[in-house]
Design a protein around this ligand. Structure first.
Ligand code: G6P
Length: 366
């Protein structure tokens, strides 16, 4: 009811603003990295595995897609990810030394549960879930777990569940890195420090809301949008597009920026806003040339840039600067801007933000 909403207009907005608290709670009690954070016996199980298979649906699938980059670059473990409903029904080649990781806000998504059971039936018994509901079927079915502390999420479009899943997946990455000998103490300390700073980092991003609202006015008048990202931020572009379509009903697609020239560039006109997630990482120069391709075709760019990147606003080029540069945890900050953009665009269009048409919070049928 209205009392629970406090100063917010919708649960989604409330849940976006709860993220500093949700992330802080999820990290509470983690004073060092250890496999046992995932349950008794995790050390020997983690020692035993030589690959990770992530299974999930929807927004949880995009959290897993970010984690794949972390797992391969930090823990140096081969990682694949698959949409649960696809994995479940295809012939695949099982490797018993796989850590099967499911990701689920509700812990009740039918497709994800049957994908997990399918993996187990193929002989993969090392199963772990990143889940927001301790009492869920998913937690009961998996050998190991990490419970995110987002709290009840009411808005159908997932927000705080996503960022806390990323936190859990980053902790998992560090635990696997440690077991595999890739986490020296000083590196562990640096990562823990960055994790602990996240609530303040997200808080600073939330302060960008007025600037993002100004953009949303323009978005509300569009029927299509393109989202671009590279590397770790490609799944964030996907999640930003998903948020926008779910609640504003604007058709949105995300592409890895390097793929622009292989198709979507044909769609770029002044009627198609192009949102670019542009952190100051090794791929920035490449991304800048992708952005030039858009501008040369009359496309209007909306860029989320880092504090110190040299991209200036210009005609057809709108820039919002992130408060700080955040290294490998940057996806957790960038997604918050895209949540706010989708939220305010939907508000401007007058949709039912918390209960978008045709969608359910938890899908318990296959
Ligand atoms: C539904 C929800 C999404 C969610 C997906 C997976 O489609 O609307 O927000 O990402 O299910 O749900 P889960 O509970 O497994 O994360």
């Amino acid at each position: 009811g209205a009392a629970e909403l406090g100063p917010y207009r919708h649960y989604m907005q409330k849940e976006i603003f709860e993220q500093p608290r949700a992330i802080g709670d999820t990290l509470d009690g983690i004073n060092g990295i250890s496999p046992e954070l995932f349950g008794d016996g995790a050390y020997s199980a983690f020692k035993d595995v030589d690959q990770v298979l992530i299974l999930a649906c929807g927004t949880s699938y995009y959290a897993g897609s970010v984690a794949r980059y972390w797992l391969e670059s930090i823990a140096k473990i081969p990682t694949s990810i698959e949409v649960a409903s696809e994995y479940r029904y295809r012939d695949s080649v099982p490797n018993p030394r796989t850590l099967v990781v499911t990701i689920s806000q509700s812990g009740e998504t039918a497709d994800t549960i049957s994908a997990l059971k399918h993996a187990r039936s193929l002989g993969m018994t090392n199963t772990l879930t990143i889940c927001n509901v301790q009492t869920s079927a998913m937690v009961r079915e998996c050998r190991f777990n990490f419970i995110t502390r987002a709290g009840a999420e009411i808005g159908v479009a997932s927000t705080k569940a996503f960022t806390t899943q990323l936190v859990g997946l980053f902790v998992l990455t560090l635990a696997l890195a440690q077991v595999r000998g890739h986490l020296p103490d000083d590196v562990e300390a640096d990562h823990l420090k960055a994790l602990r700073h996240l609530p303040a980092g997200v808080q600073a991003v939330l302060a960008l809301e007025p600037q993002i609202m100004a953009w949303s006015e323009e978005f509300a008048a569009k029927e299509n949008a393109l989202f671009l990202g590279r590397g770790l931020h490609y799944p964030i572009a996907l999640e930003g597009a998903l948020k926008l379509k779910e609640i504003s009903y604007i058709h949105a697609e995300a592409y890895p920026a390097g793929e622009l020239k292989h198709g979507p560039l044909a769609l770029v006109t002044s009627a198609m806003p192009v949102v670019t997630v542009a952190p100051n990482d090794a791929l920035l120069e490449k991304l800048k040339s992708n952005m030039q391709e858009v501008r040369a075709r009359g496309g209007e760019l909306f860029v989320f840039a880092d504090a110190d990147s040299r991209i200036e606003s210009d005609t057809g080029l709108h820039v919002i600067r992130m408060p700080e540069h955040y290294g490998v945890l940057s996806p957790i900050l960038h997604v918050v801007t895209l949540q706010l953009l989708a939220y305010h665009t939907a508000c401007a269009r007058g949709t039912d933000v918390d209960k978008p048409r045709n969608l359910a919070k938890s899908v318990t049928v296959e």
